[in-house]
Structure formats: C-alpha cells, structure tokens
Design a protein around this ligand. Structure first.
Ligand code: PXL
Length: 286
C-alpha cells in the first residue's frame, strides 16, 4: 500500500457556512489524506453576506504551532493555505513554509482575498501585494479571476474571455513564481464555467468546465481547491486534478441548487464525499 499522504491545511474556521477549514478538512480526509490544521482565525460565519459575525484572530498562535510541529520532526507532502486572518499573517505563513517544507512538500497557495471584482472588505488595500509574495513561494496557485487581476495589478474583466486572454493571464501568473497555475471562474461563452490551468513543467494549458449554475454559491472556491489538492496528491496531473475538482464542485453545487439551500450556506459537498476517490481515480485514468 502507498504511504499515506499528509497535508497541512492553513485556513480560518468559519463556524457556519461551509468554507475554508470546514471544507478542506473533510475533503482531504475523504481522499485518504492525513490533514493536520492550523486555524488562522475563528469566525461565527464567513464574511460573504452575513452581518454581525464574530472574529477571533489567531495570528499569535501560528508560529508556536509551527515550531512545535518542527520539534516533532513532522514531514508534509503539501502545505495548503487559503484565507488568512490579517496582513501580518502573510509574513508568518511565509516563515511557516520555510520551517515545514522539508525536502519536497508541495506548496499550494489559494490567494483568497476577493471575488466579483472586489477585494473583501476585511482586507487592507496592500493585501494583494502580500499575497503576491506568498504566491511567489508557491508551487501551485489557485486564484479566481478577480484575485488573478489583483495579483497582476491589472483591471478586472468579468468575461467571457478569449482563450488568448486566459493564456496570457496564466503565463503572467506563472511569471510571479509558481510552476503550476489554476484560474477559476473562467468562461469562454458565458454558458460553460470552469477552470483553466497551466503547468510550466509540461507546457500544458488545459480547461475543465461544466454548465454554469446560478446563483453564485459561497465556499465553492474552497471546495474546488481542496479537491484539486487531494487529486494532485493522489497522482493526477494538473489538468486531471482540475477535471476532478470541477466534477466534484459542480455536483456539490447541483445538490444545493436542487434542494433550494441559501447560497450563503455553502454547498452540499458532504453527500459527494463517498464518491470523491472514484472521481479522482477516473480523472487520473483519463
Ligand atoms: O471561501 C473563502 C472565505 C474563507 N473564509 C472566510 C471568508 C471567505 C469568503 O468570503 O469570508 C472567513
């Protein structure tokens, strides 16, 4: 049997609303991956559409956790970061990469900071600059189109896009440092929606998509990125991992749409967890 993979997941805990750690932990676990966590903050809900949420910043706890893990000589196959609780955490997470990376941990940065052309209200205007530095240290980054524009310091365009434009964005993001780039929320015709990927190691550009479902559901970026990390660790190429992650995410959205769930509540990925390994295996075998 193959040695069990281990991913350190560094995100906030939004107690209600299915995103960040409450999504990453079950998805990676269901894919058979040991998933130790570092919570960056604890909120009563995510910040997308809820008023009056609580916010406990855990900036001071991050390095003590990292240093304790170091003292235990733990090794990781990947370090996967998402929503960070403060600008100060960018520097700390960068240090956490240096301390925990070891020989060959894959560094995956989801530069969670914006959607729909807007930086989340919680973040200061220099946040993109901080995340740009973190992305430079990553092997894989997973921005949406808004985050891609902020990382590249370019105006945001909602699309639909041409393949040439998406190809240019992928290559510009690669030029920031990461070998592998995935951009989410990409549409070429307004009807299909999905992810575009570029692997500079192979030169492959690929697209994975499915029919667009309205409205936009919260937490889907985290569902997608978590499934992508799971698939990469279980042997998929970047393009295969995108296929698997799109399938898993879209099935989750479709279940929530069918049951009429409030789009702020996140998506029903739970009922897809038993099938996740099958989806990854199918993608891997082409
Ligand atoms: O899904 C991204 C995310 C994660 N964590 C918190 C958020 C959001 C998006 O709004 O508010 C706290």
């Amino acid at each position: 049997m193959q040695k069990q993979k281990r991913v350190a997941a560094i995100h906030d805990i939004s107690c209600f609303g299915r995103c960040s750690l409450t999504v990453a932990l079950p998805i990676l676990s269901a894919a058979g991956i040991d998933t130790p966590v570092i919570p960056t903050a604890v909120l009563s809900t995510h910040t997308g559409g809820f008023e009056g949420y609580t916010y406990r910043d855990l900036t001071q706890d991050i390095l003590p956790v990292v240093k304790h893990w170091q003292s235990l000589n733990l090794s990781f196959d990947a370090i996967y970061t998402g929503f960070l609780g403060s600008f100060e955490q960018v520097e700390l997470i960068s240090e956490a990469f240096d301390r925990l990376k070891g020989e060959n941990a894959l560094i995956v940065v989801d530069p969670v900071m914006a959607d729909d052309g807007k930086l989340y209200a919680l973040f200061p205007p220099n946040f993109p600059e901080g995340l740009r530095k973190l992305c430079a240290k990553a092997d894989v980054i997973v921005p949406n189109l808004t985050e891609a524009a902020l990382l590249l310091d370019e105006p945001y365009s909602a699309g639909p896009h041409t393949k040439e434009e998406i190809g240019r964005i992928l290559r510009s993001l690669h030029a920031l440092g990461p070998e592998k780039v995935v951009v989410t929320g990409v549409s070429f015709d307004g009807k299909q929606l999905g992810a575009a990927s570029f692997d500079a190691k192979t030169g492959d550009v690929a697209y994975a998509s499915a029919p667009r479902i309205e409205p936009m559901y919260h937490g889907t970026g985290d569902v997608f990125a978590s499934a992508l990390v799971a698939a990469l660790l279980q042997g998929c190429t970047l393009a295969q991992a995108c296929e698997a992650a799109v399938r898993f995410t879209v099935d989750s959205i479709a279940r929530s749409k069918e049951s009429g769930t409030d789009n702020r509540f996140g998506v029903n990925f739970e009922e897809g967890l038993a099938g996740l390994r099958g989806i990854i295996e199918n993608a891997r075998l082409g």
